[in-house]
Design a protein around this ligand. Structure first.
Ligand code: COS
Length: 391
């Protein structure tokens, strides 16, 4: 059992504590200690997990109550608690839940009533699979460089371009897609549109295989025609929609890393207590104690940053760009270090295919890259700091 004392922190209310316990009990029943096993068919496994998360009511936390969700509005602390709890048991379950939130987040935050009615209930009950299509072959960290176009033709937009590294690519039912709509340069010319997976002209150009496999693809849009009703918010507001959505979900990436780190510490502690070396338990060696201490400290520091960001957003902070960037940056870097320590404590077993430390080692790596690489988070924090100190 992972340390649960953080749930007594003042960032949470009783509903959060009950939610965390419910998700934990569900995840224990669904995965036990075997949720990091190899996946023969990730698409099928993701669909199966999505169905189960829907049945359990967990995906309801990814959308607001008026459209089938659990709480009145997106609650960052609940999103983070869900991700950290699922990530401790199964990287794929965390991924599936996360994508329901990120993929539909722009609709929850900026969509009109009709769009919310059409897309969100399916996300909430797990019958519809969501995706967030922002990255392009030439635009990942630099969002303002997006080149994919959406040109008006009568009542439609005609889309042309490519998106890459799109999670749920190939299994999603719809893609919230960021496109260039206007003549305005850079960030001001972008818009967000919803593209149904069945749209003519949208194809999966390539599936991408990564070290911790999940559905990931390059999408091609060739004269793909969608109704202008699919525009989210105002034309030209796509950059701000993307950034505001990421402000909500970046802390949750930190939370997933935190879940992986907690599991690494549990595994490493068990191993250190049970493994005898030079006549005594590994846990009695000063070097190992230092490693465990660093892991425990980093876990608490990550949790403080994550739930500070969530608490601030849920309590009405107008913008938590700095807090969310700090939470993601610190927690993902710290989790990588903690998992590396766990691998070291396990020795050869830690790099053996199929062991939990080995799976965690692969799972955590992408978190330092997606939704803004660590280097971008530093840029974001520094810019906010400089702007605030100038004002
Ligand atoms: N919330 C609301 N508005 C925001 C914002 C946020 N978090 N961040 C920026 N904006 C606004 C700015 O205030 C500015 O508005 P005005 O034009 O009205 O002044 C506008 O958006 C442009 O901002 P900025 O000049 O900072 O844009 P840049 O192109 O320089 O942004 C960064 C650079 C690095 C911050 C941005 O591109 C980024 O976050 N990149 C990472 C993206 C990412 O996570 N990619 C992974 C893909 S998703 S898996």
């Amino acid at each position: 059992m992972a340390d649960q004392s953080f749930l007594r922190w003042p960032f949470f209310d009783d509903a959060h504590r009950e939610h965390a316990a419910r998700v934990d009990a569900w995840a224990e029943g669904a995965f036990g200690l075997n949720g990091f096993s190899q996946h023969e068919d990730v698409d099928a496994d993701c669909r199966r997990i999505l169905h189960k998360l829907g049945e359990a009511g967990i995906t309801r936390y990814a959308v607001p109550a008026a459209y089938g969700g659990a709480l009145e509005s997106l609650d960052v602390r609940s999103l983070c608690l869900t991700r950290e709890t699922l990530a401790r048991r199964s990287g794929l379950a965390d991924f599936v839940f996360a994508m329901q939130g990120l993929g539909s987040g722009a609709i929850s935050l900026f969509g009109n009533d009709d769009q919310k009615r059409r897309y969100l209930p399916g996300v909430a009950d797990g019958s519809s699979c969501a995706a967030f299509a922002l990255t392009e072959p030439e635009a990942g960290s630099d969002v303002a460089a997006i080149a994919m176009t959406a040109n008006i033709d009568g009542p439609d937009y005609v889309l042309n371009g490519e998106k890459t590294f799109i999670s749920n690519g190939g299994i999603a039912d719809f893609y919230v897609t960021f496109v260039r709509t206007g003549d305005a340069e850079g960030a001001r010319g972008l818009s967000a549109v919803i593209v149904d997976a069945s749209s003519t002209g949208l194809t999966i150009a390539e599936r991408i295989d990564t070290i911790a496999p999940h559905p990931l693809a390059r999408l091609r849009f060739e004269n793909c025609r969608i109704s202008r009703d699919q525009l989210i918010g105002q034309s030209g507001s796509g950059f701000k929609i993307a950034m505001s959505t990421l402000d909500v979900f970046r802390s949750t990436v930190g939370a997933a890393a935190l879940g992986f780190a907690r599991r690494a510490l549990e595994e490493a502690t068990r191993r250190a207590n049970n493994r005898v070396l030079f006549g005594s338990a590994l846990s009695e060696l000063a070097g190992v104690q230092t490693q465990l201490a660093e892991m425990a400290l980093d876990i608490d520091a990550s949790a403080l940053l994550i739930y500070r960001a969530g608490w601030a957003k849920d309590n009405g902070a107008p913008r938590i760009t700095r807090e969310a960037a700090m939470a993601k940056l610190y927690s993902t870097e710290a989790a990588q270090k903690a998992i590396d320590n766990a691998v070291q404590i396990f020795g050869g077993l830690g790099v053996t295919k199929g062991s939990v430390p080995e799976a965690l080692y692969r799972e955590v790596r992408a978190l330092r890259i997606y939704e803004g690489a660590s280097e971008v988070q530093k840029l974001v924090i520094a810019r906010q700091h400089l702007a605030e100190s100038a004002g």
